[in-house]
Design a protein around this ligand. Structure first.
Ligand SMILES: *Cc1c(COP(=O)(O)O)cnc(C)c1O
Length: 367
């Protein structure tokens, strides 16, 4: 199975001038490359029919299980172009492992980690021209798995499909990093004990969209979710992990409690902070502690993190009848310095001392 070979069907490529116009200002998630990856799984044959095919609509039976019971998981990682022209990605084996943890929870088949990385390499190689080289630009890769057995009975599907699509991405914060406001969701939760909070599945996102809309109506850009029983113990944002910074330089972040995602960015920042000698506490954190810490000056910075935006500084937390504000529109110093270090490693301008980068396309091939 691990020697599964990809067949290639070449797409009609977007003319270079049009592609270059897109790459000048790609935004996020708006445009897609010429090809995609598709691999089929059936309970009898395992993973087979690995293909690089033209990007485009996929045919699906209306009875496909994913359309009714939401059996879907995904991943998100980026390919970066280094100054020498080579193309790298960041800790792809961590995404491969996490996809399998999500697959386990959603009763989907596991995909060999080696095949996950190879699928990404195939796509980035064929669509290498789509990896932009501008400041803070990347090619966002979206691997996902769907159940597509045509059957309305409720059980784990016996047929599934793994796909990878790719979308050029510009800087998340056009015009400079700006701290955001976040809204504490008090009545609506995204995860609960024993639920799917630790899996990267579409269902968790579906549950976060109404709270997100309420946040927007309250002039907040993101939602903070807590444990639904206490409405105090912090989980994470809808799609990002959370850190608080104490005045003494200690970083605080919720421990992996089964409700939150084990973020690759979270894990990498914990390592970089410890490398610098900062203490990092992974433990239960509460909104009460956050409010008290800002009031007495012991908590000085807050930020969210994830692959898409890397680090998003937070300046304000609001909820029904309260608001705490760091009182200064500028992002925190440690927040920005960790952001600069991590993006520097990813972009190939800082030393990759932990061996986090995986070369997808070498400088010679990319030239
Ligand atoms: C993807 C995701 C994150 C961030 O994970 P990274 O691996 O750092 O991109 C955090 N929380 C949720 C809910 C997510 O889906």
């Amino acid at each position: 199975m691990t020697d599964l070979a990809f067949t290639r069907t070449a797409a009609e490529r977007l003319p270079a001038a049009e592609r270059e116009a897109i790459l000048r200002d790609p935004g996020f998630g708006n445009h897609f490359t010429d090809h995609m990856i598709s691999i089929v799984w059936t309970v009898d044959a395992g993973w087979h029919d690995a293909e690089v095919v033209p990007y485009g609509p996929i045919a699906m039976d209306p009875a496909s299980s994913v359309l009714h019971y939401g059996q879907e998981i995904f991943e998100g990682l980026k390919a970066y172009r280094r100054p020498d022209g080579s193309i790298v990605t960041f800790r792809p084996e961590a995404n491969a492992r996490r996809l399998n943890e999500s697959a386990h929870r959603l009763a989907l088949p596991e995909l060999p980690e080696e095949l996950f990385v190879r699928a990404i390499r195939e796509l980035v190689t064929v669509d290498a021209d789509w990896v932009p080289n501008g400041q803070d630009q990347s090619l966002y890769l979206r691997p996902f798995m769907i159940a597509d057995e045509s059957f309305l009975g409720v059980r784990a599907a016996e047929r599934a499909r793994f796909l990878v699509i790719a979308s050029p991405a510009g800087p998340y914060f056009a015009g400079g990093v700006r701290p955001v406001s976040i809204w504490l969701s008090e009545g609506l939760a995204r995860a609960g004990r024993g639920g799917t909070g630790a899996a990267k599945c579409g269902g968790n996102y579906a549950a976060s969209l109404l709270p997100q809309r309420i946040a927007a109506a309250n002039d907040c850009q993101q939602v903070l979710f807590t444990d639904s029983a206490t409405v105090d113990t912090i989980d994470e944002l809808g799609g990002m992990n959370l850190f608080l910074v104490r005045a003494d330089g200690t970083l605080l972040t919720p421990q992996l409690n089964g409700n939150i995602l084990d973020g690759v960015t979270r894990r990498s920042l914990i390592q970089l902070a410890r490398d610098r000698g900062h203490a990092v506490e992974e433990r239960d954190l509460t909104v009460t502690e956050w409010r008290a810490g800002v009031a007495d000056g012991s908590i000085t910075e807050a930020f969210a993190c994830g692959t898409a935006a890397v680090i998003t500084p937070i300046r304000r937390l609001a909820g029904e009848g309260f608001e705490i504000d760091f009182g200064d529109g500028a992002p925190g110093a440690l927040t920005m310095s960790l952001r600069e270090e991590l993006t520097g490693i990813q972009g190939g301008i800082r030393e990759d001392r932990h061996g986090w980068l995986e070369v997808l396309v070498g400088a010679e091939a990319a030239a």
